[in-house]
Ligand binder design. Structure first.
Ligand code: PLP
Length: 443
């Protein structure tokens, strides 16, 4: 309560903004995830690793736009590219050269030969699933229970489910997340738990026996909405093997992991090649930019017109200019070396605090992403996350961060994302706040 009051006191300007917003924005926000009691924090500007809110509070940004801003705020190279492009015209719905250069680079980084563009992660996963359905001639989709892949109907299933409603391990329920999702869509979506390839194999065999072989498996190679849950050794290889044997299209949704964990995303990091990859978030250097990478076989049905993959702003000049600068000038191989260094320092700093105060938790991360998971045993999937994670400490950690100059993602589902402009000093500030909270909790 003390921490909540302190934050409310320090963010009164945000409270005033929210009162204005509530007049004409539904629930006072642009997007439902921005809802927060008593008001969301309104930011005014960002530069490099820092952001400032409307009350003038200066904070290191560890939220980084849900991991979109790995390049840091107002990066000069991206700013230059955007200004140049703006002066030449921002939108034609006709191709420009940057889209070619970006496609070449994505093919090189991911090892998938053919690409298309979108404007968001949701569009990427929606189009990828459609291509997989058309390719296989099947309607069913297999996803990982609890995994978020955007806000279109097919993937708004089996997420955010209460622990006691999950169902048995091999047959977790398919439930729509919120209203407006047709039951007929839900009926085509099945889920299995992460990190259990045997369960996936059994489920596919059962579905197959019912004549319902899925068109695709869509999954994050490392789960990024339960904090961070890494694949156990051999898991991704096993999934690759199962899907290949059954003729099921394997889609790695790298909207979060791509561009944040390695030059070629988790695909590159773990060395397992899917049939398709979906990108967005950190791809665009802070502008909306999404992409789908695919094999020649899958691309063939886009190329022959079987699947119509479209969008007025797909590959738009402004987004492509920012994406090109981001890939070639900012998120370079050296950039990832720096991110790895920072994350090692941050993770080991947090581990040291956990040990010092005997906290129930562990630090986990990959590339620029990580978190402290408050649980006594390792979280490996949605089931263990729901059963074991201590939500109360996670909420308190957010308040401690916000009150002490660390802008962080709220709640326990998300993780930090570092940027190439972060420094040792920024990372140490995070650890310092964590230490302060741990000290307060244990005295
Ligand atoms: N896929 C994953 C793994 C995501 O985390 C998200 C967003 O959080 C999406 C897809 C959807 O992306 P967007 O919000 O850009 O539509």
């Amino acid at each position: 309560e003390r921490e909540t009051e302190r934050l409310n006191e320090a963010t009164k300007g945000s409270g005033e903004m929210f009162a204005r917003a509530a007049r004409h924005l539904a629930a006072g926000v642009a997007s439902s995830y921005q809802v927060r009691e008593p008001w969301p924090i309104y930011l005014e500007r960002g530069a490099g690793p820092k952001v400032w809110d409307v009350d003038g509070n200066e904070m290191y940004d560890f939220h980084n736009g849900f991991g979109s801003m790995v390049q840091g705020h107002a990066h000069p190279a991206i700013g230059h590219a955007i200004r140049e492009r703006y002066s030449l015209g921002t939108h034609f719905a006709a191709p420009t050269e940057d889209a070619i250069v970006v496609g070449d680079e994505l093919a090189r980084r991911w090892g998938l030969p053919k690409w298309r563009y979108t404007n968001s992660g949701s569009e990427s996963t929606m189009d990828a699933i459609r291509i997989a359905r058309a390719f296989t001639g099947r309607d069913d989709v297999l996803k990982i229970f609890g995994s978020y892949h955007g806000h279109h109907d097919t993937v708004m299933v089996s997420i955010g489910v209460e622990y006691d409603k999950i169902g048995d391990h091999d047959h977790p329920v398919s439930l729509p997340y919120g209203g407006g999702i047709p039951q007929s869509t839900v009926d085509h979506v099945f889920a299995v738990h992460f990190n259990d390839a045997d369960s996936m194999e059994r489920r596919i065999a059962e579905l197959d026996a019912e004549g319902r072989k899925p068109a695709c498996v869509i999954m994050e190679p490392a789960m990024m909405n339960l904090g961070v849950v890494l694949p156990e050794p051999g898991y991704l290889e096993a999934v690759r093997d199962i899907t290949a044997r059954h003729g099921i299209v394997l889609i790695f949704d790298e909207v979060k992991t791509g561009l944040t964990v390695a030059p070629g995303g988790a695909t590159d990091k773990y060395g397992v090649l899917p049939d398709m990859v979906t990108l967005a978030k950190a791809l665009g250097g802070g502008l909306p930019s999404g992409a789908i990478g695919m094999s020649e076989e899958l691309a063939a049905i886009v190329e022959d017109g079987t699947v119509y993959q479209v969008g007025t702003y797909n590959g738009n000049p402004l987004g492509m200019a920012a994406t090109r600068a981001n890939l070639f000038e900012v998120l370079t191989a050296e950039g990832y070396v720096h991110l790895d260094h920072l994350n090692d320092r941050l993770l080991s700093g947090c581990e040291a605090v956990i040990e010092k105060y005997h906290l129930p938790g562990y630090a986990v991360g990959i590339g620029s992403k990580g978190c402290v998971t408050f649980a006594t045993t390792k979280i490996i999937d949605y089931e263990t996350f729901k059963a074991q994670q201590d939500a109360a400490i996670a909420d308190l950690a957010w308040l401690y961060n916000m009150n002490r100059g660390i802008f962080m993602t709220p709640g326990r589902e998300e993780e930090w994302t570092l940027s190439v402009t972060h420094t040792d000093e920024a990372v140490d500030a995070y650890v310092q706040v964590f230490d302060e909270m741990a000290a307060d909790l244990t005295t």
